[in-house]
Design a protein around this ligand. Structure first.
Ligand code: C5P
Length: 232
């Protein structure tokens, strides 16, 4: 899989999102991530509109429900012609397999399916004391990644710092999609475990997900191009 940069379009609505995408020249169509906020605010129409403009889309809705519900929901999302979707690995292998089945389109194609292992906002202490998961966080991430691979998924979302251990456990073809990216000279914002696009490439990320370093930059197009230069 060719490495690529995915821009997290964390905008509150359609107007702000399309104004941002208008900053890119017609020949430049970045891969974009649409999350819950935008999807719940604007519905499937925003996906159709961005797709019609020629962008590839990672629809980041992190599904987690009983297998039958996830299978049927995935059929609906797949029909939107998105390129990547995700589920929580905590939903079990049965749920992940059902998600995969639901994604297959009538022509046999499907979007990439990625699992969230443990959210980077969950600390090891919370995982152990509140969720009663006794294993360490590294061990949990690797086990959840293996479960995802065994269920037939294409990869996981993880910290770029974990991309190496995931590749080691699941093979180099198993994709790592990594947020938590900052330029060496930019603010960390609320992210804790961060790295640069160049370092993410060295560790083995396949896709970096970059939000504010591009969306809040004085010149977003230049910031996007810098990500491409460092990472791809
Ligand atoms: O602005 P920033 O580059 O921090 O945006 C990162 C994007 O990746 C956001 O959309 C955030 O919700 C998402 N994300 C993350 N950490 C995870 C999973 C998703 O930062 N573990």
């Amino acid at each position: 899989m060719k490495r690529d940069v995915i821009i997290a379009c964390d905008f509150p609505g359609k107007e702000a999102t399309l104004a941002f995408l208008d900053l890119f020249p017609s020949g430049e169509k970045p891969f974009v991530k649409i999350g819950m906020e935008l999807f719940y605010a604007c519905g499937p129409e925003i996906v159709r509109e961005i797709k019609a403009r020629g962008h590839r889309i990672f629809l980041d809705l992190k599904l987690h429900d009983i297998p039958n519900t996830v299978r049927k929901a995935m059929t609906v999302l797949s029909a939107l012609d998105v390129d990547m979707v995700n589920v929580h690995a905590a939903g079990t292998k049965a749920m992940m397999q059902a998600a995969l089945e639901g994604l297959i389109r009538p022509d046999g194609s499907r979007p990439l399916l990625i699992a969230v292992t443990q959210l980077t906002s969950t600390s090891e202490a919370v995982m152990q004391d509140e969720l009663l998961i006794g294993a360490g966080i590294g061990e949990t991430i690797v086990r959840y990644a293996r479960n995802a691979r065994e269920a037939g998924l294409d990869g996981v979302v993880c910290s770029p710092l974990e991309a190496g251990i995931v590749k080691e456990a699941c093979g180099k073809e198993f994709l790592t999609v990594t947020p938590g990216i900052r330029f060496s000279d930019s603010s960390a914002d609320d992210q804790v475990r961060i790295t640069t696009p160049a370092r993410a490439r060295e560790i083995g990320s396949d896709f970096i997900v970059v939000g504010r370093p591009v969306t809040a930059a004085p010149d977003p197009l230049a910031a996007y191009k810098r990500c491409i230069e460092e990472f791809v």
